[in-house]
Design a protein around this ligand. Sequence first.
Ligand code: NDP
Length: 328
Amino acid sequence: NRRIVLASRPQGAVTPDNFKLEQAPLAELAEGQFRVRNRYLSIDPYMRGRMNDTKSYAAPQALGDVMIGAAVSEVVESKHRGFTAGDNVTGIFGWQDYATSDGVGVRKIDDALVPLTAYLGVAGMPGVTAWYGLNKIIAPRAGQTVVVSAASGAVGSVVGQLAKLAGCRAVGIAGGPEKCRYVVEAFGFDACVDYKAGNLYQDLKAATPDGVDGYFENVGGEALDATLSRMNPFGRIAVCGMIAGYDGQPVPIKQPSIILTMRLLVQGFIVTEHLDLWPEALGTLATLVAQKKLRYRESIVEGLERAPDALIGLLQGKNFGKQLVKIA
Ligand code: NDP
C-alpha cells in the first residue's frame, strides 16, 4: 500500500518536502471492517490548516500520519454486513492506495445519474458548503445581488449557480480573464470581476449597480474590502474561507466600520458542524446535477505521488475547478 504522510509542518507556503511517500503492508481485516481501493482523492484548502500545529476548529494532523482527505473509492474486500466488494463509496480514506474502514461516515454512491467524481465536489462537501452558506446565512430573495469570491472554484461556482436559480443577480470574483469568462459563459453568472486586472473596486462597482445584498467570502483581503464597500444596509456576509491568509499572511479588513454603518450580519461557518442538513442539501444538489441545472468543472491530475503538487497548486490558485487526483 502506497501512502503519503505528513513529514513536516510548513513554514509559510507548503513545499514538497512536507510530505513523504511510504510503502506499508496491508493489515488483515477484522470483523466489521472492509477495505477500499481509492480511485479519486479530493484536494481541499482545509488540508492546509490541518498541517499547522495551531488551534483551529479541528485538531491538527499528526506528523507521520497519512494525509487526511475524502476519496471516491471501490470496496475490494469486506467483513462488514453493510458493504460488499464492488460497492462505490465515498469517505475520509486519506492519501493512499487502499484504506480500511468500519463504515462510519462512509456513504454509498451511485453513478447512474451523477458521475462518481461529482460526489467530491458539486454533489459532495463543497456543494453542501455553498448550499449552506447561501441558503442558511445569506438567504437571498429574488432580485437581490449575491457576490462570491473564488467564483470558478468548487464552492464558488455552486454559490453563483444556486443564487441564479433563486432569481438573484450573481457576480463572481476570480483570478484571470479565462476563469472569469468561464464563470459567466459556463456557470451563467451575470458578471465576473478579475481581481488580477488591478481595478477590483471599480470593476466590482460596475458589476453591482444595485449594491450587494449577500457576500459569500472564500478569500479575504482585497476581495472582502472591495465587497464591503458595496454592501447594502442589512446585507449578509457568509464567511466560508480566507484562502488568501492560509499560509499565515495577514488579511486585514480595512474598513470594519462598514459592518456597523450598513448593519451587516457577518457569520462564519464550518460545514461539517451541520451534518443534520447534509441529506437535504446533497439530495437537492444531486438532483440539480442530474437535471443538468448545475454545472461543474474539475482539474484532475493523475497519480497518488502528485497529490502534494495538487495541494500546493490549489493553494496558489493554479486549479481551475474542483481539484482531484486520479489514482492509477
Ligand atoms: P477552489 O476550488 O475555490 O480553489 C481555491 C481557489 O481560491 C483558487 O483556485 C483561487 O482562484 C482562489 N484564490 C483566491 N485568492 C487566492 C490566494 N490569495 N491564494 C490562492 N488562491 C486564491 O477551492 P474550494 O472551492 O474547495 O474552497 C473555496 C473556499 O471555501 C476556501 O477558502 C475553503 O477553505 C473554503 N471552504 C470552507 C468550508 C467551510 O466549512 N467553511 C468547507 C469547504 C471549503 P482564483 O484563481 O480565482 O484566485
